[in-house]
Structures are given as C-alpha cells and as structure tokens.
Design a protein. Structure first.
Length: 87
C-alpha cells in the first residue's frame, strides 16, 4: 500500500506534490498541537521530560544545521590560507 501511494505521489505535478506535502505537514501539526486540548495532564514530571526532550532536539538541530557546516567551511578556508572563524 505504501509503495502504491509513493508511486502515485511521484507521478503528480510538482505543484500538486508541494500542495499535498504542505497539507500533510499542516494536518500533522494541527493534530499534535490539538492534543493540548484533549489531554489535561498536570503531571510535572511529564512536563519536565517533554521540555528536556524538546531542548535536546533544538540543541541537536542548531549544531547539525548551523555549527557543523560552519566548522567545515572554516576548515576549508584555513586550508586555502584564509583565516576566517565562524561566529
């Protein structure tokens, strides 16, 4: 079934693909944020775990998408004799 959906999606026009992908991410985001209204959990431990997890995700995202490429760029510039350091 997944293969059928995948091939159907690939056969679509790129504009339709973008529309479907955008709607999919909107629906998934709406479902995730809508859970707040249906789950009334005032357990502090759950909140602490959730905040710790999201903080870790943000640190990982900032490193792998910002710092690691800038370090590689700085090393490449250093090999060329330039002395730039990313800030």
């Amino acid at each position: 079934m997944i293969e059928t959906i995948k091939f159907w999606f690939i056969d679509q026009h790129p504009v339709i693909q973008a529309l479907i992908a955008g709607l999919f991410t909107w629906i998934v985001t709406a479902i995730g944020s809508g859970l707040v209204f249906f789950i009334n959990s005032s357990n502090r431990k759950v909140l602490e775990i959730s905040l710790g997890f999201t903080g870790g995700v943000m640190i990982a995202a900032s490193f792998w998408s910002l710092l690691a490429p800038s370090i590689e760029y700085a090393e490449m510039q250093n090999e060329l004799g330039l002395s730039e350091m990313p800030s």
